[in-house]
Design a protein around this ligand. Structure first.
Ligand SMILES: [Zn+2]
Length: 187
């Protein structure tokens, strides 16, 4: 069993990475090396030392993003396909589980087989998504039901009934439903 705290932060990294592309708005928040640096600064739990990112890192992380996004989009409708993507991505990053110990605490962590930025991200995010699927089932991964949103999410709530990527999207949808009921009543 992977450490719960590491898992939820790695799950957040996976979802945030997938959501750096906003298909409905046509926005991409991962187009430059600087944007990649900002993303890593905001998501890497441990300092990875001095890092000089290159266009190659950017291209590799963008490719990984395609995989992570496809896993999040497909898991609930094609779990076997999502699992194949995860397994292939883990294999290509050389991901290996490692047992760690610090004071009284033991935990396992999946680490990449190389120092490449994308390999590290792949090992972290794909193993976290694998763990969610193994623990809670593939239906916990999904795409926002908001009409103008294709944001992805992972539902770690107790009842697993999440439909929207954010509270803002859930609120927008309930306002829209209310308005349509009102206008149906008036017409
Ligand atoms: Zn949304």
């Amino acid at each position: 069993m992977l450490d719960a705290c590491n898992i939820s932060s790695a799950v957040r990294t996976a979802v945030d990475l997938a959501n750096t592309v906003r298909p409905v708005k046509g926005e991409d928040l991962l187009e430059t090396v600087e944007q990649l640096q900002d993303f890593l600064d905001g998501h890497s739990p441990e300092p990875a030392g001095p890092r000089r990112l290159t266009r190659t890192d950017l291209a590799e992380v963008r490719e990984l993003r395609e995989t992570v996004r496809a896993v999040l989009e497909r898991a609930s409708i094609d779990a076997a396909g999502a699992a194949a993507l995860i397994n292939d991505g883990l294999r290509r990053s050389g991901a290996t589980p490692v047992l760690r110990h610090d004071r009284d605490r033991w935990w396992t962590e999946v680490v990449a087989g190389s120092g490449r930025c994308a390999a590290h991200l792949a090992a972290t995010t794909l193993s976290a998504l694998a763990s969610v699927i193994a623990t809670h089932g593939p239906a916990r991964l999904g795409v926002c039901a908001g009409p103008a949103c294709r944001g992805t999410f992972v539902d770690l709530s107790r009842n697993g009934s999440k439909q929207y990527c954010t509270r803002a999207c859930a609120h927008r949808a309930s306002v829209a439903a209310y308005r349509s009921r009102q206008s149906a009543r008036l017409s």
